[in-house]
Design a protein around this ligand. Sequence first.
Ligand code: ZN
Length: 313
Amino acid sequence: MFRAAAIVVLLLAGAPALALAQQMAPPAAVPGKPAERPAAAGPVPAKELFGRVEGPAPLAARSIGFYSRGCLAGAEALAVNGPSWQGPSWQVMRLSRNRNFGHPDLVAFLERFSAQVPKVSSWQGILVGDMSQPRGGPMLTGHASHQIGLDADIWLTPSPGRELSREDREKLSASMMVRADRRDIDPANWRPDHWKVIRAAALDPRVERIFVNAAIKKALCREASGDRAFLAKVRPYWGHDYHMHVRLTCPAGNPECRPQEAPPTGEGCGSELDWWFTDEVLHPKPEKEPAKPKPPLTLADLPEACAAVLGAR
Ligand SMILES: [Zn+2]
């Protein structure tokens, strides 16, 4: 149990912070022009560079590096609305963030999955949160991962049967799935449809893993009926109270994409979840001396090819 948790912590360290931001707060504006930096401030953080490019690199599509340390060439934008039958089958939220870019495989997954959702649940479609920036890379706000165009946040709120306005997409909040004491889901918002929708995503062969709050994983363990093998892919993680984070495997023919170690086998239910509900996790003691924040990634920390991705015209 500890091993599983520790691996996830290592791989995604830093990700829990600001997980709320994309559901709750209107996004920070991304100014077009780089902020001025005093020379003494050291190398420019890579997020300052990748966070300000407006369009994809006109190169062949490649995911380069690791989910939390890399970039994306030849990104495709997910259309802001999916095909409509009773309302769009998907809608991109928080358009001002300009994070609806991904490897074409991620866009294809979202098309496939959103078509599947009405077949397995009463949802008419999905609401899509952050994917990647136009050229991937680290972000100015939120997320340690989402850097190589293979991660997408999908709200645990169904798409309404109508097209949302741009303003709605900035202001609407996702529903909170976790109970106030954080030990289980909130029955006021959680429905059986949730496990059916999450299972449909996990059953997609290209889905490598899905992150949800531990309370949500606990509910899946309790409620999912039929073939439960999908549970292995659904991993508990901090945050993710309002959305699931879907991660795809490295695309075929992308040797620069660094795969993640496979999730542990087994459902990951029962005592394997206990640690997440200990005092240590639910009520952490304030640190006497707050840890120094890690220095931000610079371009030199990313795979070499990312400089060319950033500069490609
Ligand atoms: Zn995410």
